[in-house]
Each structure stands twice: as structure tokens, then as C-alpha cells.
Ligand binder design. Structure first.
Ligand code: UDP
Ligand code: MG
Length: 335
């Protein structure tokens, strides 16, 4: 059986990190005093998402003299949400806060979140960005489009501008662990739970060091996962486009018959060509949309784990490379 930290752990702070060697020292500097001052047993769960820089080395160095720091190393880079899943799956605290490593979300808000959750008996406390002026214009614009789209598709329970800085109660974490979802988008899954929730607002700071690990391609992936995970509306798009095209065809039919009657039927290459290309493009888009949902079903049926834990410093075999037969124990069969 796994040796986990004291069951009395009140707070777990889960921090996924991917190549964060530049941001790590500042994070430790700010986070450690906040957590020590809380005066409750805590663990800091650092999930090293297959970093290729010195993140693992730095974490090992910080661990000496800081027993509350627990390091979970994933075998390969699995992505932010999968790393978060690994942390949530293994965190033992009565409350679990998720935080990015780059200090864009202030750790100093954690006591406020915990206090609010305890005082009002809340299961979820969202960190809501009141001010994003430190983000780039492009980031603000894409984030604005993303949240508007998500509120439309997934419902208004999704708080605007709430990212992955939030506190969850043990009940909420256990409920999330029960869900069969594979490509998880926590900022939508958590509001979907509908548990009693509150908000703590803060100003979003610029990244403390290093560069964003969310290039445009990953943002697009997150949006596709968010949309296909929470709404079947895009599938209906084909029906609406088909209906629209049919109505346009009816009008065109009248026009063509009129032109035929007037003997004006020879020219028309341009309109014919444009029409064919347009319909072809619409059909491909619809096929692509179908493909996205089929891909989700496919992934769900395969039910492959979305991450592999290489080592967890809270486990007895920490530091040892597991034998192939024992490796199965290391693999969480489900996200
Ligand atoms: N991250 C991760 N795995 C990845 C990409 C990102 O664990 O594959 C972590 C990253 O180290 C950071 C958090 O996810 O702690 C959010 O990433 P980032 O700050 O780069 O995103 P942004 O704030 O630019 O959207
Ligand atoms: Mg960031």
C-alpha cells in the first residue's frame, strides 16, 4: 500500500510544472511562508510534468529541509490538465488548492480561500481574475473569446475569468475523481459539479520568469476539448448549414429557371465553381466536427491513462526504478 502523508493533512497545494526552473525559486520563496503561516498540516504537491530542464533537480534540492514538499514526477510530458489530474488524484488534504508555478496567481490568496471555504462550508472557491492588464493583448482577447464561448455552450455556472487557481474540498475532489472524463478541462468540469461555491478576486500578475507553456496550438486544443466535452451544439451546425444551403438553393432555382426562360444560361462558370467549392468546404468542416466527437468516443473507449507516474516522493519505493511487473501499480488505470 502507498505510504501517504498524515491523514490529518488539512491543505494540499497542487502545482503542475513543466520546465519551470526559472520560476521555481521565486515560487518557493513566496509560497513557503504563506503555507507555514497557515498553522495547519499541509503538503505541497509539485507535479513535474516530464520537464527536460533542471526542474526535477531543483525540486529535489528544495525537498531537503522541507518535508512538506512532495514531488510527483510524471514519466513524460502529459499536459497541464493531465498533470493537474495526477496531483488531484494523489493529494490527501481535506482541501486542495491548484496553483500555477509561474506566480501569475498570488499564493497569498490561499489563506483567504481556505478561510472562506471553512467559514461558509463551501466546496469550491474560485480564484477570479479581476484584472488581466498584465497579460498580453492577444492573451486577453483569446481568453475573452474563450470564456464567452464557454459560458454560452456550457452554461452560466462557468465563472468568467476563473482559471485553474481554485480551492476544492475533499468531497469535490472525490467527485471529480469519480468522473470518467478523459480529456479533462477542470475550469468547466468544476462548475459543472454545481457544488456550493464562492469567489476570491485578485489581480493577475505577469509571469514571474520563463515563458508560457501554452502556445496557440495548445490553446486551440484546450478550446476544442472544452467545446466537444461540454456541448453537442457544433454537431447541430451541420443541420443549420444544410438548412441554410437548401433555402439558398431554392432561391437559386427560381433564378436559374428565370435565366433559362430568358435564354441567359451560357455564362455561369464562376457561380458554379464558387458554389461547388463552398459546399465542399462546408461538408469538410462538418466531417471534421464529427471527427472530433468520434475521436472523443474513441479515446473514451480505449480508456488509456492520461499520465504515468514515474515516482512519488511520498511512496516507500521513491527513487527506485520499478520492476516491469510492479510498474502496473504505478500506472493509474484511469485518469
Ligand atoms: N504546465 C504543465 N504541463 C504542460 C504545460 C504547462 O504542467 O504541458 C504547467 C506550467 O508549468 C504552469 C501551468 O501549467 O505551472 C500553466 O502554464 P502557463 O503558465 O505556461 O500557461 P499560461 O498562464 O501562459 O496560460
Ligand atoms: Mg501562466
Amino acid at each position: 500500500m502507498r505510504e501517504v502523508p498524515e491523514p490529518t493533512t488539512v491543505l494540499s497545494v497542487v502545482v503542475p510544472m513543466y520546465n519551470e526552473e526559472a520560476a521555481l525559486p521565486a515560487l518557493v520563496c513566496r509560497l513557503r511562508p504563506v503555507l507555514s503561516d497557515l498553522g495547519v498540516p499541509y503538503e505541497l504537491v509539485a507535479v513535474d510534468d516530464g520537464s527536460s530542464d533542471r526542474t526535477a533537480e531543483l525540486l529535489a534540492a528544495f525537498r531537503t529541509g522541507w518535508p512538506e514538499l512532495r514531488v510527483i514526477a510524471l514519466r513524460r510530458n502529459s499536459g497541464h490538465q493531465a498533470a493537474l489530474t495526477a496531483g488531484l488524484d494523489r493529494a490527501v488534504g481535506a482541501y486542495v488548492v491548484s496553483l500555477d508555478a509561474d506566480l501569475q496567481d498570488p499564493p497569498e490568496k490561499i489563506p483567504e480561500m481556505l478561510e472562506l471555504a471553512r467559514a461558509e462550508g463551501l466546496d469550491i472557491v474560485y480564484g477570479v481574475r479581476a484584472d488581466r492588464s498584465s497579460d498580453t493583448r492577444f492573451k486577453r482577447w483569446t481568453a475573452g473569446v474563450y470564456y464567452r464561448l464557454m459560458r454560452r455552450l456550457a452554461g452560466h455556472s462557468v465563472p468568467a475569468q476563473a482559471g485553474d487557481f481554485r480551492l476544492l474540498s475533499r468531497a469535490a475532489v472525490d467527485a471529480l475523481k469519480e468522473l470518467p472524463d478523459q480529456q479533462r478541462v477542470y475550469r468547466l468540469l468544476v462548475p459543472w459539479l454545481g457544488f456550493p461555491s464562492g469567489e476570491v478576486t485578485y489581480e493577475r500578475a505577469p509571469r514571474s520568469a520563463g515563458t508560457t507553456k501554452y502556445p496557440l496550438s495548445r490553446m486551440i486544443r484546450l478550446t476544442v476539448d472544452s467545446v466537444t466535452g461540454f456541448s453537442a451544439a457544433p454537431l447541430r451546425l451541420a443541420t443549420w448549414l444544410g438548412t441554410g444551403a437548401f433555402l439558398i438553393c431554392l432561391v437559386l432555382l427560381v433564378y436559374t429557371l428565370g435565366a433559362y426562360a430568358l435564354g441567359l444560361t451560357v455564362p455561369g462558370w464562376t457561380s458554379l465553381f464558387t458554389g461547388v467549392v463552398f459546399i465542399g468546404a462546408v461538408q469538410l468542416i462538418c466531417l471534421g466536427l464529427l471527427g472530433e466527437y468520434v475521436a472523443r468516443i474513441y479515446t473514451a473507449v480505449q480508456n488509456r491513462p492520461t499520465y504515468f507516474v514515474g515516482h512519488d516522493s511520498a511512496e516507500p519505493r521513491a527513487g527506485r526504478v520499478p520492476a516491469p511487473t510492479a510498474a502496473r501499480e504505478d500506472v493509474l488505470t484511469r485518469e
